[in-house]
Design a protein around this ligand. Structure first.
Ligand code: 2P0
Length: 349
């Protein structure tokens, strides 16, 4: 092939059963299975790739800024490109241009949507016909949680048992249409960059937390129970697993030495407000979950949005909220949406 290009879009996912801890750092294999919902287009990454003999080096731009490919974090995500190139038998250099549509204040990690969009765009540009399973296995090696953003709806990432990672990939457990009302109200509490990155933080947990050894077993059971609750349309059980999972993950973070503390006082106020709302309603209207930061994700159904907003309005310190629905996964965009200027072989200005 002389050259190949493609543009794809993917969205982040929010984990209901959390991934925190790798049993294999190179292949990115987790200690436990995890479950998430892929978000809709309200938050997304668009990525264009061009493989061409006319390029004399690999180049990678995110939001207009050129990335240093010798930086560890960037090189890890870029691993996806190397895997794709080997699969396609290509030796061409690549130009990758990526843009996150996230509201700058969202504080959301872009690694999941970015790596999923990169994998999806590379496979199309190189003419590889890969299944969702194959794409998920490749994306996983760039960033663990990105393997779940390869699919829409509610998704489980099976931890797998094989040493080569061939059985550690994401599978959909419910289509978007089965849970069309599921939403994530993101309450922005802080826009500061996180001090401890997920990658090094989770490794410190594996090395130093004794509670973590127990977590793997609970989390595996929670993944199975969550899948059952999704199938039986049991939001009450889903909500309690979501909240307990978040609490459990933040407990092992605190048990890490030195401790990793992502939640702040506003996060804790939100936790109390959601429990208060559920108690006064006599059933679970909503669930909170927190990732590697203090911003809250409130998982609820569209019909409960007003009640949740009411409860949140009584918490001081929430800067803004962003609501995302359930998404349908990555998709290819047309050439006119490409972020690459094919004449100059540079990002479009
Ligand atoms: C998750 N997080 O399940 C958990 C919850 C953060 C807290 O996956 O090292 O960026 O690239 O595999 O996927 C964040 O970790 O880490 C994450 P790597 P990733 O969504």
């Amino acid at each position: 092939m002389e050259h190949g290009s493609a543009t794809a879009t993917a969205s982040p996912n929010i984990a209901f059963v959390k991934y925190w801890g790798k049993r294999d750092e190179e292949l990115i294999l987790p200690y436990n299975s995890s479950v998430s919902m892929t978000l809709d287009d309200s938050l997304n990454t668009v990525t264009s790739v061009l493989f061409s003999k006319e390029l004399n080096a690999d180049r990678f731009f995110i939001n207009g800024e050129e990335q240093d490919l010798s930086d560890n974090d960037i090189a890890e995500r870029f691993k996806v490109v190397g895997i794709m190139r080997r699969k396609a038998g290509s030796a061409d250099h690549v130009l990758v241009v990526s843009r996150n549509s996230f509201p700058t204040a969202s504080g959301l990690a872009s690694s999941a949507s970015g790596t999923a969009a990169l994998a999806y765009a590379c496979s199309r540009a190189l003419g590889l016909k890969l299944s969702a399973k194959e794409l998920s296995i490749i994306a996983r090696q760039g960033s663990g949680s990105s393997c779940r953003s390869i699919l829409g709806g509610i998704v489980v990432w099976k931890k797998g048992r094989n040493a080569d990672g061939s059985d550690s990939y994401a599978k959909r457990i419910a289509k978007k249409e089965q849970w069309p009302d599921l939403i994530d109200i993101i309450a922005i509490v802080s826009t500061e960059r996180k001090r401890v990155l997920s990658r090094s933080g989770m490794q410190q947990t594996v090395e130093s937390s004794s509670l973590f050894k127990a977590r793997a077993k609970f989390a595996e059971r929670n993944s199975r129970d969550f899948a059952k609750a999704v199938k039986s349309k049991d939001f009450d059980s889903m909500a309690s697993i979501i909240m307990k999972e978040s609490n459990d993950m933040h407990a092992v973070m605190l048990d890490t030495y030195p401790p990793i503390i992502y939640l702040n006082d506003v996060s804790k106020e939100i936790i109390a407000a959601i429990h208060g709302l559920n108690e006064s309603s006599g059933k679970a209207l909503a669930a909170y979950t927190f990732d590697a930061g203090p911003n809250a994700h409130i998982i609820t159904l569209k019909g409960n949005e007003e009640a949740v907003r009411n409860a949140l309005s009584r918490v001081d310190g929430i800067r803004e909220t962003i609501t995302a629905g359930i998404g349908s996964g990555p998709r290819a965009l047309s050439e006119k949406d490409s972020l690459i200027d094919m004449e100059r072989l540079m990002p479009k200005s």
